[in-house]
Ligand binder design. Structure first.
Ligand code: IMP
Ligand code: MG
Length: 188
């Protein structure tokens, strides 16, 4: 595990959520999900790539025999603001008819990605579709989208770590931090 004083942390302005705070919140959420889905067929769908770290911790905190799947979408490119256009890059590989689907995402920002995914999956005959996100940035919402489960509400700042990237980097940071503005060129 990377130490807090390591080189990669020099690119951060600050640490917003520590690994200890994340672990505690994920554990609590896992227990809540296990309670809510007791006796149901739960399929956890991780959205690549941002959710992988959260997903791998969360699924191990859920004391139920869950099934797992992954989907991939793209909307960002290397910018720190959404393009607003969501593309499906990788679809499910199983039939979800009758399944209780829990979409696992890293962050709800504008809400465009999850709004698209929820609508897309709603045509597939699932028994239910809910959303679990690690982070929620409500100030930036552009569509009416509410996560059913979330761990942390954060202010309108671009964050990296614990799966979240800037131009594909920093996903491997064990904590969630605010990137130093000198790392990216200011956008017009
Ligand atoms: P939305 O469609 O605007 O809600 O954006 C969702 C996606 O944007 C997330 O899955 C992330 O990949 C990305 N994103 C939004 N905010 C951040 C951030 O602060 N850091 C890193 N990625 C972000
Ligand atoms: Mg993402």
């Amino acid at each position: 595990m990377i130490e807090n004083n390591a080189k990669i942390y020099e690119d951060l302005k600050s640490i917003l959520v520590t690994r200890e705070e994340i672990a505690e919140a994920v554990d609590k959420l896992g227990k809540q999900i296990a309670q809510d889905y007791q006796g149901k067929e739960l399929l956890m769908v991780g959205i690549l790539k941002g959710s992988v770290v959260f997903f791998s911790d969360l699924m191990r905190a859920v004391d139920l025999p869950v099934k797992t799947e992954f989907m991939a979408v793209s909307s960002y490119g290397a910018a720190t603001k959404t393009s607003g256009v969501v593309n499906l890059v990788k679809d499910l590989t199983v039939d979800i008819t009758g399944m209780h689907v829990l979409i696992v995402e890293d962050i709800v920002d504008s809400g465009m990605t999850l709004s698209y995914l929820k609508k897309y999956l709603s045509t597939r005959g699932a028994a239910s579709i809910k959303i679990a996100t690690l982070l929620d940035k409500p100030e930036r919402r552009r569509v009416d989208l509410q996560a059913d489960y979330f761990c942390f509400t954060i202010p309108d700042e671009f964050v990296v770590g614990y799966g979240l990237d800037y131009a594909e980097k920093y996903r491997n940071l064990p904590d969630i931090g605010v990137l130093s503005p000198r790392v990216y060129a200011p956008e017009a």
